[in-house]
Write a protein that binds this ligand. Structure first.
Ligand code: ZN
Length: 247
């Protein structure tokens, strides 16, 4: 059984389509860590495509915001404009799907899934100091998280936390992490629709428990086409520009 692990799609249907095309036939079932919508120009297409994959899925903070489950006052001004635009664009059926997504953490198939942190779905895990609590407290050895839009994660073994950074070569490529017994992991597939780790390609992972591997993938997509749709939608300029920078 191989799991396609998706996170932070952020209403970018072009990136999602490119990712799905690149790994066609290479997975059996889908796990999704939330943030289907917001920032990007395709909230309906992104939601419909994810829904059609019948994933095991949890919500992200942007799904909550668009569904009206959190106050937009917590968002910065640019994020607020995007969330308001998304709220106007999203169709009732898609809004209903977004609004009913469960909160993490949930544990299935021997993994735990969270959007942000094990202890708080909205908390960011960027550095080892932020990862230690989740590494120790997660109910399973392997936990998947999103939210930071940084591909990679953390490993804990014998009292030490190590940073895991994956750097797939140019093109649609992946690098393999071999999971080791006696080690606990917090792993982030990266963001499909708005990567922020310096690599603008769509990021995701494929998890293979039978072989104890995680493939960290990067797939190029037509960024200019997405930027064009964002311009037509009058979405904030910094959100348009950051797609090309991957920051
Ligand atoms: Zn996100």
């Amino acid at each position: 059984m191989r799991f396609l692990l998706l996170s932070d799609i952020h209403a970018n249907a072009t990136a999602l389509d490119a990712a799905l095309r690149a790994v066609e036939g290479r997975w059996d079932s889908v796990l999704c860590l939330g943030d289907l919508v917001d920032y990007g120009p395709d909230p309906n297409e992104a939601t419909e495509r994810v829904k059609a994959l019948s994933p095991i899925i949890i919500r992200g903070n942007h799904d909550k915001a668009v569904a009206g489950l959190t106050d937009l006052e917590d968002f910065n001004p640019i994020a607020k404009i995007a969330a308001q635009w998304t709220t106007q664009e999203i169709l009732p059926d898609n809004l209903k799907y977004i609004a009913q997504l469960p909160a993490g953490p949930i544990s299935v198939n021997g993994f735990t899934m969270v959007h942000g942190a094990v202890q708080d779905e909205d908390e960011y895990v960027f550095v080892p100091g932020q990862a230690i609590e989740g590494l120790l407290e997660s109910p399973t050895d392997i936990t998947f998280f999103g939210h930071t839009h940084h591909q990679g994660g953390f490993a804990y073994r014998a009292g030490q936390v190590a940073l895991i950074q994956m750097r797939p070569e140019p093109g649609p490529k992946f690098t393999v992490l071999q999971l080791e017994a006696g080690t606990r992991y917090l792993l982030n597939p990266g963001s499909i629709g708005q990567p922020r780790d310096g690599d603008p390609r769509a990021a995701f992972a494929i998890v293979d428990p039978d072989h104890q591997t995680v493939e960290f993938w990067r797939v190029p997509y037509d960024i200019a086409a997405v930027q064009k749709r964002m311009e037509l939608a009058a979405l904030p300029r910094p959100l348009i520009e950051r797609l090309a920078a991957g920051r």
